[in-house]
Design a binder for this molecule. Structure first.
Ligand code: KMH
Ligand code: ZN
Length: 283
């Protein structure tokens, strides 16, 4: 198991690419909504925001100008570590996903393999992973390795063996558990995956849907960090819809306090992840 850390990094994934605004009115889909959600989540204890953006019709997009404007707005109006998704939606082409790095985020997601994703396929073949990883090193952007399955942990080792350490030197992972087609959202599966992570890696875990709470409890018990948000969770308790992202961050912060590992400040998050100081570009 990874070593215990003093505080808990809470990452919020507020939007995702899969849910329609009509199905979840609290979902932030405009830039103003996203910034307001990020501010509320920072106040509630979040240290990092994992960002997917939408177009004027609230459809997922990787539009380069919008991505740049989003990074700039989040930097100016929050202190959160800004992580852009390179996963996008299952329909996004590889070149657009690589071009996400042109927006110069602090961090970006990097999924370590292809998997069935509900009725779709989320494509991350080795050549794409490899190119994306090399680009993060060149652009000095900290990757967060998204692990949707146990085999993807092996692919992460291959990536590190082939290309060396990530920018900054800290390997940080997120276990995304409970996606139909991926690793189940169980304590046993979490323990297997954590046991296979690279030495000294830091990690968070995300339980999708019904797995949200069991995975949060298990991650805290095992010394991990938390990712929560409406990208992954739309039901707060049985039969009750999530109001907004801050509600999920507030609950995660309470769990972290109970575990005696209170939410990490944004400064501590930057230090732990070893993100490049881009504060010249902020405020
Ligand atoms: N929307 C999923 C297909 C990521 O952000 O990198 C991919 C995803 C992972 O959400
Ligand atoms: Zn995502």
């Amino acid at each position: 198991m990874a070593r215990r850390l003093a505080g808990t990094l809470i990452t919020v994934a507020p939007t995702g690419a899969e849910t329609a605004k009509g199905d979840a009115p609290g979902l932030p889909v405009t830039l103003d909504e996203l910034v307001a959600a990020a501010q509320a989540c920072e106040a509630a204890g979040a240290g990092m925001v994992h960002v997917h953006i939408r177009d004027d019709q609230a459809r997922p997009t990787l539009d380069p100008t919008r991505l740049r404007d989003t990074v700039q707005a989040l930097r100016e109006q929050t202190s959160l570590v800004v992580q852009l998704s390179t996963g996008g939606s299952v329909h996004d082409p590889y070149d657009a996903r690589l071009a996400v790095l042109d927006a110069e985020p602090d961090s970006c997601s990097l999924t370590c393999g292809t998997l069935n994703f509900g009725d779709d396929v989320f494509l991350n073949p080795w050549p794409f992973m490899s190119d994306l990883y090399a680009l993060t090193q060149e652009r000095e952007i900290v990757p967060e390795f998204e692990l949707f399955d146990l085999g993807q942990v092996a692919a992460l080792h291959r990536l590190l063996d082939t290309h060396g350490a990530p920018y900054g030197g800290q390997v940080h992972c997120d276990l995304v558990m409970g996606v139909p087609g991926g690793i189940p959202g169980t304590v046993e599966a979490l323990a297997s995956a954590v046991g296979a992570l690279p030495e000294a890696a830091t990690w968070s875990a995300t339980g999708v849907g019904r797995a949200t709470l069991p995975i949060a409890f298990a991650a805290l018990a095992a010394g991990g960090h938390l990712r929560v948000g409406m990208e992954d969770t739309l039901t707060y308790t049985r039969g009750v819809a999530v109001r907004d992202n801050a509600q999920l961050v507030e609950r995660a912060a309470r769990l972290a306090e109970l575990a005696d590992r209170p939410p990490m400040s944004t400064d501590d998050a930057r230090a732990m992840l070893r993100v490049k100081d881009r504060t010249g570009a902020r405020r």
